[in-house]
Write a protein that binds this ligand. Structure first.
Ligand SMILES: [Zn+2]
Length: 194
């Protein structure tokens, strides 16, 4: 025979558990109701997407794009970076990031951008079977100007040093060819130099 007092304790515990479970069920039902309301709201405002432009896919990366171009985002140069790389190396993967490879040589001063850039390169090199990397720096880079406190040298000499250092860093990590190119501005034209 279970003593009365023990029986009472067990009863109380069971009741507590039942109450807790009922509360949880009510909570879940409330959430489901809210979700349903949200879905209804989304459905109400759903519009058919408008086609802005339809273009044929001209490139694919599977067997053709063994080249990765890492460059700055500067719109004065972007088209020329892409044209230069396509003309010289064919199809390629473009990693466009402010300052290009700049953050890769500043692991201590810019730990977060360094880490992000390193991870992005790793993902592309391993995930897309890259065999060659092209690093392009350019004259009058706004990222370098903005971050000049981090660098000892002046533009564009500092950038040329940095792409050479970045080349070493990448070559130490991957069995891959790295080419450094600088895009200079001369009489309103972009001049690519090795
Ligand atoms: Zn730039």
């Amino acid at each position: 025979m279970i003593p009365k007092v023990i029986k009472k304790i067990i009863e109380n515990k069971v009741n507590e558990k039942v109450d807790e479970t009922l509360e949880e069920i009510a909570e879940t039902e409330k959430k489901l109701e809210e979700d349903e309301k949200m879905i209804d709201e989304i459905e109400k405002h759903k519009e058919e997407p408008k086609e802005l432009e339809v273009v044929e896919i001209k490139s694919k990366y599977d067997s053709e794009s063994k080249v990765l171009l890492v460059s700055c985002v500067d719109p004065r140069f972007s088209d020329d970076f892409r044209k230069f790389t396509r003309d010289k190396f064919g199809n390629f993967v473009h990693l466009s990031i402010p300052g290009g490879i700049g953050a890769l040589v500043l692991p201590d001063l810019m730990p977060k951008p360094f880490k992000v850039l390193k991870q992005q390169i790793k993902f592309i090199v391993n995930g897309m079977d890259i065999e060659k990397i092209i690093l392009i720096s350019h004259d009058d880079c706004k990222w370098y100007k903005h971050n000049k406190g981090y660098f000892r040298g002046l533009q564009p000499e500092q950038q040329k040093l940095d792409i050479t250092s970045a080349k070493k860093i990448i070559e130490e990590e991957y069995d891959i060819q790295v080419e450094c190119i600088h895009a200079g501005l001369k009489n309103g034209k972009v001049v690519f130099v090795s």
